[in-house]
Design a protein. Structure first.
Length: 422
């Protein structure tokens, strides 16, 4: 039997198919609601209250694919009678949880429904963090969550890199919450202000308790080199599981003698890169819905945002990433008139910062990669491969990047990065 209160919205204009699907879902103990179009779904329901939306692709007045961008973190399963490989790939790229052709096989459909809802429940558990949301359905965010699910149960050190405000703290807290050490407090150490005495004190406490604990070395790129020995002793302690974050390339800092190479080796067992928000625009709307729900509870009013407001948010560069998005929405939520939606005119966004989202520049050599390029997933991949392929095997390279050897080979071919041979 399925867990209670799992709600599914069925959006289908053909009554026979809609009723048949609803009965099938209810036989499997799911609660259901119905809509005949995208407009009806948006007008009659709060889509974020559902655990799954199943929608036909071709609907009166619009495409079911529009629901993918309209919901927060709710997964959408798309059905269509016009099945083709091209449309399937397109729908999945737009963020659909799955794709099913009609007439659908009942057993296959229910298997997909259960898998999606179970995966969604696991993601909700992972994203439940007081440090802020790890929300989104972009390939980058899903990849991060998948990596977390693998590394969290281990004692491996994790280095989290990315721009200021991109969500590195949330990743660290999520790893801790999903680990075997979740019952203990995650000790957060601000490396910009920490002293030798502070680091030694953490070490003494870990030895006194003689039990495993987690520490988070926030902004370790700002750690004074003079404190490297103290930090290294801390990270090598068998009672300590170490997480660290950085906004700078630590390998570059090591080359300039601005960071300890031994310390980098100690903390960089698994590397998680968090892309800037401008490179994962599909996460912006999901984060918006998350924050507005949070602010609605705090201010004790229902806060909504208009279509043009959402469009403006999606077009913005968000130089300050998630932190800037949250502050912008918080101000708008406070200032919006009661009963009105947040609109583009309500949002305090500089028009010069919109419509100028740049696609990552693809560099094919480490020498041509700029600091900004290093902050894109593609350039990070290129830089990492070129920097390490002489000293690492293909297997180790793939493991460090969190992908399979086959994926590494495919990306090499796509980007024109050949494997050096002796």
């Amino acid at each position: 039997m399925n867990p209670p209160n799992k709600r599914i919205l069925v959006v289908e204009d053909e009554e026979i198919i809609r009723i048949s699907l609803v009965k099938l879902l209810e036989r499997h103990q799911y609660e259901t609601e119905q809509a005949v179009s995208v407009k009806a779904a948006l007008n009659n329901f709060n889509l974020n209250e559902f655990d799954l939306i199943i929608s036909d692709l071709r609907l009166p007045g619009g495409s079911g694919a529009e629901l993918i961008g309209a919901v927060g973190s709710v997964p959408v399963l798309i059905m269509t009678s016009f099945a083709s490989l091209r449309s399937a790939v397109d729908i999945m790229r737009r963020g659909a949880a799955d794709y099913m052709s009609k007439p659908f096989d009942h057993e296959e459909l229910m298997s997909s429904v259960k898998r999606i809802i179970d995966h969604q429940s696991s993601r909700k558990a992972l994203t439940n963090t007081s440090q802020g949301p790890l929300v989104g359905n972009s390939p980058a965010t899903i990849g991060i969550l998948n990596t977390i699910s693998k590394v969290a149960p281990t004692r491996a050190s994790v280095l989290i890199s990315g721009e200021i405000g991109s969500g590195k703290n949330s990743v660290a807290k999520t790893i801790h919450n999903a680990s075997t050490l979740s019952n203990s407090v995650l000790a957060v150490i601000n490396c910009a202000t920490v002293t030798a005495e502070d680091l030694d004190q953490y070490l003494d406490l870990a030895n006194e308790k003689d039990q495993a604990t987690s520490i988070f070395l926030r902004d370790i790129c700002q750690l004074p080199v003079t404190l490297s020995k103290h930090a290294l002793t801390l990270t090598k302690n068998t009672n300590i599981r170490c997480l660290a974050s950085t906004t700078k390339n630590l390998h570059d800092l090591c080359k300039k003698d601005l960071f300890c190479a031994d310390l980098l080796l100690s903390i960089d067992v698994v590397n998680i890169y968090v892309p800037p928000l401008r490179e994962r625009p599909s996460d912006i709307i999901q984060l918006t819905d998350y924050f507005l729900t949070q602010f609605s509870d705090e201010l004790n009013i229902t806060i909504t945002i208009s279509k043009d407001g959402r469009q403006l948010l999606s077009q913005n560069n968000w130089a300050g990433n998630i932190r800037e998005l949250k502050n912008t929405l918080y101000q708008a939520a406070i200032l919006v008139e009661k009963g009105e939606s947040i609109s583009s005119s309500t949002l305090n966004i500089n028009s010069q910062s919109t419509n100028s989202v740049k696609k990552p520049h693809l560099a094919l050599s480490a020498a041509t990669a700029s600091d900004n390029d290093a902050l894109s997933l593609t350039s990070y991949f290129i830089q990492f491969v070129l920097d390490n392929q002489d000293t690492m095997s293909e297997t180790v390279l793939a493991e460090k990047l969190g992908i399979s050897r086959k994926s590494l080979w495919q990306r090499r071919n796509k980007l024109g990065i050949s494997r050096k041979t002796d």
